[in-house]
Design a protein around this ligand. Structure first.
Ligand SMILES: [Fe+2]
Length: 298
């Protein structure tokens, strides 16, 4: 039966059904204000990668090997050392170990195809090439099948420390390393399976918030200190110190019922964050939530 409930997301009412049947984008679209607008060379490169990655995604070919340009390499070499310096101080141990094990370095842009092979050996996860940000439900359908969608394009060179959309720096330096952790991989997979199995928009929204405040913007307790493991924080030189030290940020213990009822605005720095005591804790909390929702997952 069609659901007609109205939910609130990002402060505005949305049709609950839109959480369940997402739209599909078949052509590259850069949002208004994107720093690449007007740069024909950049747009052409983005178009080329959009169609290549979309083809590889739809035909299950795995991430294509990309011949990165000198400009793309320049951006990587500018941004990744700055992030790495912050990671060494503020990222959780699980992330730092994974980054070393994956041999992600600051000189060469990693090939997602190779990272995917390594993840498969470690946690039985793999990477799915994505042409851009996929609709939430499509995104989590892949994850439910142990595939994490990742972009392969790089942000515009005029603002190397800023991207209005998830790019490969966000994905590769934020999302990929934690997938080497067993509990994290199982947490991801369960979110994916649960989102794919439910037909209730409010449950999708709750699971989306659970993953936003953990996978995307999670903080974690480690030996009496607060460390970062969320990809949205780890891939931003501004967000790392802001999340840990800004007085404008409230940092509360991760309580699932509070988290799933907390709205957020993805277009700005995050000023409400939650600190999880451990990764196994998050996994148990999610398992309990999925059971409570009565979502059948196998
Ligand atoms: Fe992300």
């Amino acid at each position: 039966m069609k659901e007609t409930t109205t939910l609130v997301e990002y402060g505005v009412p949305i049709d609950a059904q839109s959480m369940v049947t997402p739209p599909d984008t078949t052509e590259l679209e850069l949002e208004p204000g994107h720093p690449g607008l007007g740069d024909e060379g950049y747009i052409e490169r983005r178009r080329q990668l959009f169609h290549l990655c979309r083809k590889h995604r739809l035909e299950n070919l795995g991430p294509p090997l990309i011949d990165y340009t000198a400009e793309e390499t320049r951006i990587w070499r500018e941004v990744s050392p700055k992030l790495d310096e912050l990671h060494q101080k503020h990222a959780c141990q699980m992330y730092l170990k994974a980054k070393r094990d994956l041999a992600i370095n600051q000189k060469e842009i990693p090939q997602l195809r190779h990272l995917s092979e390594r993840l498969r050996r470690e946690t039985n996860m793999h990477l799915v090439p994505a042409e851009g940000a996929l609709p939430y439900r499509t995104f989590y359908e892949y994850i439910g099948q142990r595939g994490f969608p990742v972009t392969q394009f790089i942000r515009h060179g005029s603002h190397p420390e800023f991207t209005p959309e998830p790019d490969m720096i966000h994905d590769c330096l934020g999302h990929v390393p934690p997938i080497m952790n067993h509990d994290y991989a199982e947490l991801l997979t369960l979110v994916g399976k649960a989102v794919s199995a439910t037909q209730k928009g409010e449950q999708v929204l709750a699971l989306k918030r659970f993953s936003w405040f953990s996978i995307e913007f999670g903080l974690i307790e480690e030996a009496g200190q607060t460390k970062v493991f969320g990809a949205g924080i780890l891939s931003s030189t501004g967000e790392i110190p802001y999340s840990l030290f800004s007085r404008e940020v409230t940092r509360r213990p991760f309580v699932t019922d509070v988290v799933i009822n907390t709205d957020y605005d993805p277009s700005r720095m995050q000023d409400h964050l939650f600190i999880a005591p451990s990764m196994p804790f998050l996994r148990r909390e999610l398992e309990a939530l999925v059971r409570r929702f009565g979502i059948p997952v196998t």
